[in-house]
Design a protein around this ligand. Sequence first.
Ligand code: UGA
Length: 427
Amino acid sequence: MNGEKPPLGIFGAGWVGLVTGACFAALGHDVVVRDVVTKRIDDLNAGRLPFHEPGLAELIERNQDRLTFTLDVSELKTGTDIFFACVDTPPTPSGDADLTYVWSVIDDLGDPGHATLVMKSTVPVGTGEKIRATLDQRGLEGVAYVSNPEFLSEGRAVEDFMAPDRIVIGALEEGAGDRVAALYEGFDAPVVRTSIASAEMIKLAANAFLATRISFINEIANVSEAVGANVDDVAYGMGLDKRIGTKYLNPGIGYGGSCFPKDVSFLKLLAGNSGYHFQLVSAVIEVNDLQKRRVVTKLQQRLGDLRGKRIALLGLAFKPNTDDMREAPSLVLAARLQAEGAEVHAWDPLVTGHPDLDGVAIAPSLLDAVRDADAAVIVTEWAELRDLASTEVRESMRTPLIVDGRNLLDPEAVRAAGFQYEGIGRA
Ligand code: UGA
């Protein structure tokens, strides 16, 4: 026991579980994080993080006295009665959420007596109700269930945890909700207390809405190209309207990652399974799929037939400051370019390979990637790419063409440096 801070048990040493565990440890809780993957626990005990997340390794190191990583579920259950479920809910072949790991948590929990189970994993609306019914069937009425979705964005997850915009707590019993709310005491953020179903829906709706903004601005970008407007100015001018706001209006080659693609699809299917055709999210998905492919068309317009052309993909991760390749637009782009006969070279500051990048030459440096290239495509807006339009890069390329898939560079400066330039929605 550690003063007034209750000890916590966390199921899942993935990205959400580790950030949650390390942050609660930093707040003074003793935390046991349990995973079923031996290598992951061995790595963590040896001080190695399974993925890149800024600030997390340092946070774990600083709070190692309060953090335990284990494979042993009984170690997790000793000394705590508040459990967080932070396990993966990947899509099944039908696109619905695979809740296998969530149900394993319920099985592994066994009978902990009076306890609180807090769901952080993203689950379809209605999951909490099903879990409640299962707990009751098993005679586990003493286990309170609370939905407390996470709103952590990769690359800034520690910051997002420590300074959230809001904390959402969905509970059936007020006391259980109070117990979870108490864990966030001292946070300067509104606490939204609601039903379990509404908490589950807040998570899906928030991600789907952000994805909708991205697909919306990408369509505005595409129309801007056709009519001679500049999407950057349009987004800025729109976003200054306080009712709209400027965030999540950066056009590009589409959203990726482990959350938006999956959650938008979950929402679509959830609606469909309940008999409602959610047309808007279907369009959001379709726009995003096509957006990734538009870069290939842009390259064809500039270079003609892509057979034998050497294309440098700069940035592979789905966004900067992470090595996460889940649903990364780079994967679709690389495959499309290869299908058109292009020779694809790639560089990323963190990603050095991926099973779906078969046939792509991963260059050891940015300069190696662009050498003799017919075009350099900015796929991920890494800070390292801000100085791409250098003399060294221009002289090493076969054709000094930059296709800026993230509108990272200043077109005038790039052209003044002797490059051809093409962005997204920049007339
Ligand atoms: C997202 C949400 O932002 C988090 O709030 C949420 O908790 C998380 O999903 C989750 O459900 O766990 P994340 O997937 O880490 O976080 O990434 P974002 O930074 O939101 O970016 C997602 C994708 O959208 C990236 O591919 C990014 O390049 C793209 N994006 C983002 C744009 O194309 N334009 C923008 O204006 C913003």
